[in-house]
Design a protein around this ligand. Structure first.
Ligand code: ADP
Ligand code: GN1
Ligand code: MG
Length: 358
């Protein structure tokens, strides 16, 4: 990282930092100033075009969450991210080379998981994401900036994907024709959630929009899911985005970039555990139509992520961080394998939701 000393001095810290975490988007560093630790992040401005607006969102959302947590006797220092202000009282620092940095308190004695190890753990994550959404239900959605426009507009994502296929700027299309065919043949279902939103059949809510299992911190002793992190995409959206994206990642039997596709399928016991926790946390705060669309939202978010990975592969890997050549292709393949498996299991997924909703 360039001019590191300059950056941390503006957070009143003078220590070295080490790279940290497994995110695909921002550069994350851990800083130790005994007895405290901090997370420093360089915001990815190729993706988040307006970091000042993004930080305004995060300031407002974390302040709201802290109040809600206090009201119920919780501990905001463990249950929500807390920003560390710069020496001039701001929530971020813009460096002399125009990079944007923010700092959070490190939430101690927690762990993140790259995959759910037992259904109970995924149930706990569901409770945390459900509660996150519930705590934000009174937050005025119109106050939030759209940090990435059309983030979960699958119809728009499909158009972008088709453009990547048509442009084929890296000449990779010829190697991935079956994957492209898989994606293109499913165009007709891409509008189900956007149509329901447009027609007012389901409400717009304040949602997280990136509910990967590794975006929740678990207490290392109790294994309770205590703090939802990665708030860059908190924006107006649909509850279905949060449900579907959680299932996409956490109900998968393997890693997002697993090469052996025989190992990849959707684990229905994990699907059920998540649905149970999410519905318990939401209580009455979910409509009949949302309930009905929960299973299809899992397929939608998985498909959408698949076309995003494959589109990025075709575009030359410019969006998601990759650690080896073809990683985005491996990621796209696992997503499509999951989509195919979910199509076979759709009846069972519907039955599970029917049973839980009774
Ligand atoms: P990205 O947007 O790149 O996914 P995240 O905000 O999710 O970045 O952070 C990456 C990782 O850093 C997380 O998965 C988590 O392990 C860790 N992390 C982030 N913030 C904190 C925090 N405040 N306390 C403890 N760990 C954190
Ligand atoms: C990114 O930031 P991270 O790693 O939690 C991405 C998500 C994808 C996910 C796929 C802002 O999430 O939308 O679902 O990778 N975040 C952004 O693993 O694009
Ligand atoms: Mg993350």
């Amino acid at each position: 990282m360039s001019n590191f000393k300059e950056v941390i001095s503006h957070f009143n810290i003078d220590r070295s930092a080490v790279s940290y975490g497994d995110g695909h988007i921002n550069d994350t560093y851990l800083i130790e100033v005994t007895p405290s630790r901090y997370i420093l992040q360089k915001i990815n401005t190729a993706i988040f075009k307006n970091p000042a607006e993004l930080m305004e969102n995060i300031e407002a959302v974390t302040a709201h969450l802290a109040e809600e947590i206090k009201k119920t006797g919780g501990n905001p220092k463990r249950e929500t991210l807390m920003l560390v202000k710069t020496t001039d009282g701001k929530s971020y620092y813009k460096s002399s080379d125009d990079e944007y940095f923010r700092m959070y308190n490190f939430v101690e004695d927690t762990v993140t998981y790259q995959s759910a190890q037992k259904p109970g753990q995924f149930y706990a994550a569901a409770k945390a994401f459900g509660l996150f959404q519930k705590r934000l239900s009174a937050f005025p959605a119109e106050k939030l900036f759209e940090t990435i426009p059309d983030f979960h507009n699958t119809v728009k994502r499909f158009k972008d994907f088709k453009e990547a296929v048509d442009n084929d700027i890296k000449g990779r299309k010829k190697d991935v024709l079956p994957e492209i065919e898989f994606a293109l043949s499913r165009e007709s279902f891409t509008g189900i959630i956007t149509d329901a939103l447009d027609k007012g059949e389901i409400p717009t809510r304040v949602t997280h929009n990136d509910t990967k299992l590794n975006n929740v911190l678990f207490d290392k002793d109790t294994d309770e899911a205590i703090c939802v992190i990665d708030l860059d995409t908190v924006m107006p959206g649909s509850l279905l985005y949060d449900f579907g994206d959680s299932i996409r990642f956490g109900a998968s039997s393997g890693a997002e970039d697993e090469k052996d596709l025989d190992k990849i399928y959707c684990r229905l016991d994990y699907f059920e555990a998540f649905a149970k926790g999410f519905l318990e946390a939401l209580g009455d705060d979910i409509t009949k139509k949302e309930l009905e669309l929960l299973p299809i939202s899992a397929k939608m978010m998985t498909y959408e992520c698949g076309i995003r990975f494959l589109g990025d592969y075709l575009n030359g890997d410019t969006y998601f961080k990759t650690h080896y050549a073809d990683q985005n292709l491996d990621r796209a393949r696992t997503q499509f394998k999951l989509v195919a498996d979910m199509e076979n299991k759709m009846d069972e997924m519907n039955m599970i939701i029917d049973r839980l909703a009774k």
